[in-house]
Design a protein around this ligand. Structure first.
Ligand code: PFF
Length: 529
């Protein structure tokens, strides 16, 4: 029996669920330390520009695709694709030729890999962009849950009083031994995924929406508690100025591209998650305002996360600590150095907050795979959820085991080294690198080109107008010039600039070009300082 598609019960439900997807490890863990390393306030400014001119337009694209088609990413692309696409054929055949060339260089592994992708593109045309989104989402889901497991484990450790060290070295030591102890890491990874599966199996309204409405307000409150604690410590202002004062001399071209990549990741773009969530919106809702709210919430939380972390780090004299290890390696030590002996409580609150952020993000990744299985294969929700759970748990297991020690899965290590010449610290690092640096931008480029040039911005705007007609109808120039709604004046020639026309330009030109540059930089073909 085919079940009817569920919809969010309200705009608020959708906004909280989508903001839950966006606000995750990216905003709370990556954003503060990357901003700290790239010129603080200057980076924040550039990040905001990237969010406004690339992140927000692409998010609107994804949500529109979802609502228009009421389908998972694969179904969405299939429904709107033309029967024949010269662009897709060109890309597909180029890949086939590349693969033949690689055979001549005896690069058999890559030749087969590229041949398969080229074949898929020739066979499925633009629908393969949807397949790419699902694969990216699935891969990220598998290792995101390993990190999610660490956050859960750290809640337990905090409340057991096991994080009671005050030096950075002791904290780092504790983290590595926790991460490498599979008796902890594996159950935590599976437990984390299980929580997400249990939320999703109850459906869109009773599962995802209900839990987002409970968890997101808790996240905001915990964040405020931590900020108040951090800001009231003596010496906290140094941390605030480290994070917020714009140091343009420390901002490089590389920093700008980093900001762009980060904006994409923290807004959950390029993976079809927003297409999937968009497919549960009904046509009356104002998707422009919803998108704006989601983007604002994510950006505010990312900024607040910096304000929750840096004042405490500086006040406690851990100045050198701004780096990827910030959260697990030294934050517990920072909290323990706070006078008053409540280090376990601050650490506990922080890791609960981080776990909530990670759970609501993982839920969106898992839901995307589930939507694919229920829409395309007509599986029941229950069967789809538990299959996606099992597959994600297995792939994540390889990540968890490899990060502890590559030689735990030497066979996989050897295949990757011998067949693909990939030498990374672990399978976890390889998946992270491959999905964040390759799959995600490629899929982002595909989505914006598809909406901008193939499906057409005109049809997209028609869809957005349902529920948000101001988007296409308010003439920004006339509005600013005071000429709007003046019946005595035929001001049609001033009607040149609307939000819709601005958006169309961003989607057709700025987003694909900017994301392509970021992509070339991330894979090392474009070297910037
Ligand atoms: N936006 C999430 C974060 O910042 O941690 C990560 C993410 C979740 C990316 C869901 C993509 C996605 F579909």
């Amino acid at each position: 029996m085919i079940e009817e598609r569920e919809h969010w019960s309200s705009s608020l439900g959708f906004v909280l669920a989508a903001a839950g997807s966006a606000i995750g490890l990216g905003a709370i863990w990556k954003f503060p330390y990357i901003a700290g390393q790239n010129g603080g306030g200057a980076f924040l400014l550039i990040y905001l520009v990237c969010v406004a001119i690339i992140g927000m337009p692409v998010m609107l694209c994804e949500i529109t695709l979802g609502r228009r088609t009421q389908q998972n990413p694969v179904g969405a692309f299939r429904m709107l694709s033309p029967d024949k696409s010269h662009v897709a054929n060109f890309i597909g055949f180029s890949m086939v030729f590349t693969s033949v060339a690689l055979l001549c260089f005896q690069e058999y592994g890559w030749a087969v890999f590229i041949l398969i992708i080229g074949g898929l593109i020739i066979r499925y045309g633009w629908t393969s962009a949807g397949i790419l989104s699902i694969v990216t989402g699935f891969v990220i889901m598998s290792y995101y849950s390993v990190v999610g497991g660490w956050t859960l484990g750290y809640i337990i450790k905090a409340f057991q009083g096991d994080l009671n060290y005050v030096t950075e070295a002791a904290a780092a030591n504790c983290f590595t031994s926790f991460r490498d102890n599979l008796a902890w890491a594996i159950p935590m990874h599976i437990g984390f995924l299980l929580i997400c599966a249990l939320i999703i199996v109850r459906g869109v309204r009773n599962g995802i929406e209900k839990w987002s409405k409970i968890l997101m307000p808790i996240l905001f409150v915990l964040m405020v508690i931590l900020i108040l604690r951090g800001l009231t410590l003596p010496g906290a202002l140094k941390g605030v100025s480290f994070f917020l004062s714009p140091k343009f001399s420390e901002l490089s071209a590389k920093g700008v591209l980093t900001a762009m990549g980060l904006a994409f990741f923290t807004l959950s773009l390029g993976m079809g998650a927003m297409i999937t969530y968009g497919s549960y919106i009904s046509r009356e809702q104002n998707i422009f305002m919803s998108t704006l709210s989601i983007v604002l919430l994510d950006t505010v939380i990312a900024t607040l996360a910096g304000l929750a972390i840096f004042p405490a780090v500086f006040a406690m004299g851990f100045k050198e600590a701004a780096g990827p290890g910030l959260v697990f390696n030294i934050l517990p030590a920072v909290f323990n150095s706070i006078p008053g002996g409540l280090g376990w409580l601050w650490a506990g609150i922080f890791f609960i907050l981080l776990s909530i952020a990670a759970i609501t993000s993982e839920v969106s990744l898992l839901e995307m795979v589930v939507a694919f299985l229920t829409d395309e294969l007509k599986w029941s929700r229950v069967k789809a959820v538990w299959t996606a759970f099992a597959a994600g748990a297995l792939l994540g297991l390889l990540s968890a085991v490899s990060i502890a020690n590559w030689s735990n899965i030497e066979w996989l290590h050897q295949i990757l080294v011998k067949t693909f010449h990939i030498e990374q610290k672990s399978f976890f690092d390889m998946l992270d690198n491959f999905s964040s640096n390759w799959l995600l931008p490629l899929s982002g480029i595909a989505i914006s080109i598809f909406v901008g040039w193939i499906w057409s911005t005109r049809k997209a705007v028609e869809e957005i107008r349902h529920g948000s007609h101001n988007f296409a109808d308010v003439h920004l120039i006339s509005l600013l010039a005071g000429l709007k709604d003046d019946p005595s004046h035929n001001n049609s020639k001033y009607h040149v600039l609307t939000l819709a026309s601005l958006w169309g330009i961003f989607i057709r030109f700025i987003a694909p070009i900017a994301v392509t540059i970021t992509f070339l930089h991330e894979i090392g073909w474009l070297k910037l300082k």
